[in-house]
Design a protein around this ligand. Sequence first.
Ligand code: AMP
Length: 251
Amino acid sequence: MNIISDPKNLKNELSKTDKSIIGFVPTMGALHKGHLSLIQKSRRETDITVVSIFVNPTQFNDPEDLNNYPDTIKKDTDQLKILGTDYLFTPKYEDLYTDNYRYKILETQFSNELCGKSRDGHFSGVLTVVMKLLNIVKPDKAYFGEKDYQQYLLIRDMAKAFYMDIEIISSPTVRDRDGLAMSSRNKLLSKNDRSKAARFPKMLNSGKTDGQIIESLTEEGFKVDYIETHNNRIFGAVFLGNVRLIDNVKV
Ligand code: AMP
């Protein structure tokens, strides 16, 4: 596996791979089986798989959340090697944001709903970093998890809006045995909260109304950010302690 942190070097290297189909999986590291499923999909469907690990500060609206974000780069690197990843891209903020975030992507509708309501500027940070990464890697296919379904839809529609010649592919949510969607933030839950957390996807799947789900989760000690049904999918975000969990399920 080739590990590259300079965007120019990566661009240069990938430009030599002419006719190969390039697959790209952007991540913020602390890899788990959800990430690995995207990488395996890319390995099956493309010739060269590029994975990025970059904890993108512009998408964090809460500085404490950014500071606490888990960093397991050594373990991540080992896992990526075992999976047969071709390139690991680990850019630094200064190299990715040479403009110091003077330019940003602004979506004006759906990014203000669901997670966008309580996370000011979050999706501009996400869309901007994804645009930068896609322009550096120039993949044929890019892979995103359905766990972050709103993010997937916004990226898919951005690629279409800007005539980007990239297939944006979604992949199903990978869950722990008790049903909790895998997430790097799960590591931050206390033991007690971790056992309680599985109630969240169970409630989303319960067939109850959004209002009833909010009521039940609140009674059980969750702080509910939102539970909302859009296009036959229930989306939710809750806090356990100061850890924010998101999930969505098809109705
Ligand atoms: P992150 O490192 O959290 O930015 O996630 C990187 C990519 O992995 C995003 O496309 C996520 O949607 C995806 N992802 C995160 N957790 C899961 C999961 N449990 N199942 C499937 N994909 C996931």
